[in-house]
Design a protein around this ligand. Structure first.
Ligand SMILES: *Cc1c(COP(=O)(O)O)cnc(C)c1O
Length: 355
């Protein structure tokens, strides 16, 4: 099936006004957005237009009942300046997984990828050229039907925005293992990238920050002992030479960085085990000096090293000797910028899509 995406270009690009050496986080948006409406049971009128405010009825259901989901991904450039997308089909599939859970319509995966490619082609001058920089892409869907009452909406918007992102070097972070608040319970929405999950995480994260931590380490909802994930990152530990990461049990987000890091680690010859992990086990490993590294993984930062975890008034210290995760991060970045062969077949080139 082919889609006809209509394009209305902006008269004067704002790209010249941007200092690519000093990009503020998440406040600069490119000239255009991709937008598509869902009505009468189908997606209609896919278009790229100048980014602008969208008139919204005060009864728009997303504002009241939270039918809103999102994705996050990055476009990078190779040495010749050709834009590329990283595993875009995985984001398309995950958006639809989230949509199913939230009672929202699926968005055609081909149109998702086609919309991304055309938008990125049009905004190619917005991809910061410096190493480690990228054009962050934010596809999302929300219920824009005006209706007071509890049922699935029948009108939705799907939009892709783009925002240039500078090189992100994460310092080693401190995590607070949270035993009062939870992020996700079995049967809940933890495996969906649903807006409401983040709303519920904001206050506990503020409280952790007030205690001097950077992020919350989420534990399971019942016993508060099984490790789930961090903020907007999945988590990995290296204990006694082996990598372990919490297995997908329906309450953690199926991170695309997570799945890629697992593949790269295995390719480098490391054993990676997906299983349940308790916070006590990590405490023990730290005491025995077998906790060799710990890091979070996600699109925004790539790999963020963990320095320590606060739990029950104690501090779990993480070693920082010859971290393998740094090597994995380099490999991931080299793949994303075409510096090494894309042997996993993860990259999609953005050609002259508009021609
Ligand atoms: C988006 C997200 C991740 C990371 O997913 P990536 O696809 O690797 O960016 C992990 N956990 C949560 C809760 C997230 O929202």
């Amino acid at each position: 099936m082919s889609y006809n995406i209509s394009i209305t270009k902006i008269q004067q690009s704002k790209v010249e006004t941007i200092d690519f050496n000093n990009i503020p986080l998440g406040t600069i948006f490119t000239d255009h957005m991709f937008i598509c409406d869902y009505e009468n049971g189908k997606w209609t009128n896919p278009r790229i237009e100048p980014l602008a405010l969208i008139p919204t009825h005060p009864a728009a259901m997303a504002l009241h009942y939270g039918q809103a989901i999102f994705e996050g991904m990055k476009a990078t450039v190779d040495a010749e300046g050709n834009p590329m997308l990283f595993r875009a089909n995985k984001n398309a599939a995950r958006l639809n997984f989230s949509a199913d859970r939230m009672g929202m319509p699926n968005f055609p995966e081909e149109l998702f990828v086609e919309g991304l490619k055309q938008l990125v082609d049009l905004e190619r001058n917005w991809i910061p050229p410096t190493d480690g920089s990228a054009l962050y892409l934010r596809p999302f869907m929300y219920a824009d039907e005006p209706f007071i009452g509890m049922r699935a909406a029948t009108h939705f918007k799907f939009i892709i925005m783009a925002s240039p992102a500078g090189p992100f070097f994460s310092k080693r972070i401190k995590l607070w293992a949270e035993k009062k608040y939870i992020r996700a319970a079995n049967g809940g929405t933890g495996e969906a990238k649903a807006a409401g999950n983040y709303a519920a995480a904001i206050r506990p994260t503020e409280l952790a920050k007030a205690k001097g931590y950077d992020q919350v380490l989420w534990l399971d909802a019942i016993e508060h002992k099984y490790i789930q994930e961090v903020g907007t990152m999945n988590i990995f530990f290296k204990i006694d030479g082996k990598f372990i990461t919490p297995k997908r049990d329906g309450s953690i987000l199926d991170g695309i960085t997570r799945m890629s890091v697992i593949d790269i680690l295995r390719d480098k010859g490391f054993e990676v085990i997906e299983r349940t992990i308790t916070i006590d086990e990590i405490k023990e490993a730290s005491k025995n000096n077998t906790l060799e590294e710990a890091f979070g993984t996600g699109t925004a930062v790539g790999i963020a090293y963990i320095q320590e975890i606060g739990v029950d008034g104690e501090t779990i210290h993480v070693s920082n000797e010859s971290p393998v995760g740094l090597e994995v991060n380099d490999t991931l970045n080299a793949i994303k910028t075409g510096k090494v062969e894309d042997k996993f077949g993860w990259m999609t080139k953005v050609e002259n899509e508009l021609a």
